[in-house]
Design a protein around this ligand. Structure first.
Ligand code: T5A
Ligand code: NA
Length: 210
């Protein structure tokens, strides 16, 4: 194939943020809007708790199992690699994906326990690069008040503040930081246009699959 030939493909859009920052809520409303627009979009979330690695992770998060921090880090990464082929096929076939957490969470949570950032980045090297990362930013004191907070490991203010700092080190040119201690509809309003734009760019073939 001629290397100058434009390839239409789906866009990979990632939502990141602290626990209870509203990622799932925004993905649900954005998915509805984008589908009503006529875009071909699907959704994924990490960890995917349905697979065998996901069940180990879920049990660890619910504090039912103890696992070595590094072993858990590798499990989270393996849980993403399990989805690599499916994601690659969707994107190549023109389907865009909205993803709830990605390798940024993997790195931010483990590095915040004191592990070396480069070591944390290692297992996800070569994974598909997102076209857009929407980072939902809110003070951990606000998120603490949201329903369900504190039910799983990591959901405490001191650790979440460290995670927030570590996320700050991972920002790339593709990041869009959105204040998320605001009404749900306002956040959706701010992120839907960048999402539409990136999907259109990928469809027109002006962006290569990373
Ligand atoms: N993790 C994850 C790692 O350590 N390594 C990794 O590689 C990965 C992928 C589980 C944990 O695993 C860690 C990070 C996490 O600690 P998870 O299963 O994705 O990750 O769990 P959470 O991300 O914590 O999911 P949550 O359900 O906690 O948060 P969401 O999806 O961000 O929030 P959402 O949309 O469910 O909303 C939470 C609550 O707030 C309300 C909602 O109605 C809901 O009640 N809400 C708002 N309230 C007021 N204003 C708004 N704007 C609101 N938006 C939502
Ligand atoms: Na959580």
């Amino acid at each position: 194939r001629n290397s100058n030939e434009k390839m239409s493909r789906g866009a990979l859009i990632v939502l990141e943020g602290l626990d209870k920052s509203g990622k799932t809520t925004q993905i649900k409303s954005c998915l509805e809007i984008l589908r009503a627009d006529g875009f071909d979009v699907c959704q994924l979330s990490f960890p995917d708790r349905t697979t065998s690695t996901g069940q180990l992770i879920s049990s660890f998060l619910r504090e039912q199992t103890m696992l070595d921090d590094r072993a858990v880090h590798l499990l989270f990464s393996a849980n993403r690699w399990e989805k690599w082929k499916e994601m690659n096929d969707w994107l190549s076939n023109g389907t865009s994906i909205l993803v709830d957490r990605y390798a940024y969470s993997g790195v931010a949570y483990t590095a915040s326990k004191g592990y070396d950032l480069d070591w944390c980045l290692g297992p996800d090297k070569g994974f598909i690069a997102p076209d857009l990362v929407v980072y939902l930013s809110a003070p951990s004191t606000v998120l603490q008040g949201r329903s369900g907070y504190g039910e799983e490991r990591y959901e405490n203010k001191a650790f979440q503040s460290r995670v927030s700092e570590t996320f700050g080190k991972l920002k790339t040119k593709k990041w869009l930081t959105v204040q998320s201690d605001r009404p749900i509809e306002e956040i959706t309003h701010d992120i839907i246009t960048p999402m539409r734009n990136i999907i259109r760019s990928c469809q027109s073939g002006s962006l290569k699959l990373g």
